[in-house]
Ligand binder design. Structure first.
Ligand code: GLN
Length: 537
């Protein structure tokens, strides 16, 4: 059993300061010193998981190997650490209450009044410690969502206070705040930080380290001021200045010895050497591309970049692997028409049609697929993106009039995409899709074999509908082949066009498995095909 230490990351002043990136960066620094680390996100909202949330609310829903629908910060954790997370890495207030109420009904608390303290806080503490139970981790980093002072986050801060007391120097708290620059005054302001730490102190928690998010460097004098007012040493005031790419943050944190300060607080004074070579190599390739390649991402949530977080990050990984900068043009599928598609997608060397749900923007996606198919532009369709590629082929190549997915048109004469058998009886919407890792067998002899080096792959899923096998032969005869099949359930996982340089649709989500150290091969090959396309033009 490992002697696990716990680090808590809280935030103050405003949201969106990048607690997830700071947590992931610190984790990466500890990992670089040979420690095993995992990161957990506690979300104070009442949804049991973010699966039922509109992407406009909290951005993309990330899916883990074990099929948990989680906060997008888990994506950052995986991309930075290159280790998978699981359901246990994301806990919401909804889930906490659900299990406390279930226990109450079961009679686990017979005779007691069930209260926030101790029952809810005990459940929170249990979920935090659960990650350490398998004995794998030296460090568990727990990021508390929301902002200190919010009503919703109070039980979490209280749980941190208690754990701090119970764990002694096996626990540390990092508080992330904003140090705004006031242009009129020409200065950075530390007062919001002081107030935010005061709020934390009122709740009984003294932070060990304060990370200040700022637009410009903090002076020595300001650092000392924050230290003095917040009861920390001045080397425990760390600045997090805006940087060009999130992948730079671990190095900026290392420059300021964030990892060493934390280790010292936790009684480790002689840590192993840090080896971040792989990371530094990645960053230098990322910053020195040899050319730029333009790829369109066609989706309906494009107003909010976070809605396609994992896809955009996968392009960064894949671009770096190919030594190019991938410039992604976000194209709103609702506004793509037959008349303007050429203009909207002009200059693109690759077209990706995004995952999604529901009717809105669907015709624009179909039109974009047609443009990619007819103009030999490299195409990658993900989940709904694959499904619309199938619909497009059915309508325009097979001339199956009115072909559609049963999701969009219950009465379509040609349901080329249909509800999965196992989904027919499902009525609840939360956590009931086909979720998580499923195997897929690759058919040899197609382009997809250049993508994957093995014949049996595993990829993450999040869908209810599937390719309708009744049409399999018809499609194959006309040139759209099913080249990846789930061997246990005979579901089509990958389709590919024969008469096209690079046209692949996948029912799963490759973007959830792309990391800095392991860029996903589908994205790597897609970008490569786009480079080749650009060269022929
Ligand atoms: N809406 C489609 C389905 O449920 C696709 C889902 C997705 O793109 N993640 O099958």
């Amino acid at each position: 059993m490992k002697d696990t230490r716990y680090i808590f990351v809280t935030g103050g002043v405003v949201s969106s300061l990048g607690k997830g990136i700071i947590s992931a960066s610190l984790a990466r620094l500890l990992q670089a010193r040979g420690y095993s680390v995992t990161i957990q996100k506690l979300d104070p909202y009442i949804n049991v998981d973010p699966g039922t949330l509109n992407p406009y609310e909290h951005g993309e829903c990330f899916v883990t190997d074990d099929g948990a629908e989680t906060d997008l910060d888990l994506g950052h954790y995986e991309r930075f650490l290159n280790i998978p997370t699981s359901q246990a890495n994301n806990v919401t207030t909804g889930r906490i209450y659900q299990s406390v109420i279930e226990k109450e009904r079961r009679g686990d608390y017979l005779g007691e009044t069930v209260q926030i303290i101790p029952h809810i806080t005990d459940e929170i503490k249990y979920r935090i410690r659960l990650l350490a139970q398998n004995g794998k981790y030296d460090f568990v980093i727990t990021e508390i969502g929301g902002t200190v002072g919010d009503i919703e986050s109070l039980p979490y801060i209280e749980a941190v206070r208690q754990l701090r007391w119970e764990l002694g120097n096996h626990a540390a708290v990092i508080h992330l705040t904003l140090v705004p620059y006031l242009a009129a005054a020409g200065e950075l302001k530390t007062k919001p930080t002081q107030h935010s730490v005061k709020t934390l102190l009122e709740l009984g928690v003294q932070p060990d380290v304060i990370v200040c998010r700022c637009e410009r460097n903090i002076s020595e004098a300001q650092r000392n001021k924050i230290a003095l007012f917040c009861n920390v040493a001045s080397d425990s005031v760390v600045e997090s200045v805006d940087v060009e790419t999130i992948y730079e943050v671990p190095l900026r944190m290392r420059d300021q010895k964030l990892d060493l300060v934390i280790l010292r607080k936790m009684g480790i004074t002689d840590p192993r050497e840090s080896d971040l070579q792989v990371w530094e190599d990645f960053l230098s390739r990322l910053k020195n591309p040899t050319s730029t390649i333009h790829i369109a991402l066609v989706g309906k949530y494009v107003e909010l970049k976070d809605a396609y977080k994992s896809i955009l990050e996968s392009f960064i990984h894949a671009g770096t692997a190919n030594q190019v900068k991938v410039k992604v043009k976000l194209v709103h599928s609702e506004f793509v028409t037959e008349e303007n598609v050429a203009e909207q997608l002009s200059g693109m060397s690759g077209i990706l049609v995004a995952p999604g749900f529901g009717e809105r923007g669907i015709e624009g996606k179909i039109t974009s697929v047609r443009y990619a198919r007819e103009n030999n532009i490299p195409f990658l369709g993900i989940c709904l993106g694959m499904q619309v590629a199938v619909i497009e082929f059915a309508r325009n190549v097979l001339h199956l009039e009115g072909a559609h997915s049963r999701e969009m048109d219950r009465r379509t004469p040609h349901p080329v995409i249909d509800i999965m058998e196992s989904q027919k009886k499902v009525s609840g919407k939360g956590g009931t899709m086909r979720l998580g890792l499923y195997p897929c067998k690759i058919k040899p002899g197609y382009k997809i074999s250049e993508v994957y080096s093995t014949e049996l792959i595993n990829e993450r899923h999040r869908h209810r509908y599937e390719f309708n096998n009744k049409y399999l032969e018809m499609f194959a005869m006309a040139g759209m082949q099913a080249v990846g099949i789930n061997p246990n359930e005979d579901l089509v996982e990958i389709v590919e066009l024969s008469n096209h340089p690079w046209f692949i649709g996948v029912q799963f989500h490759p973007e959830y498995r792309s990391t800095v150290e392991n860029p996903h091969p589908l994205f790597v090959r897609f970008v490569k095909a786009a480079i080749e396309f650009a060269q022929t033009k």
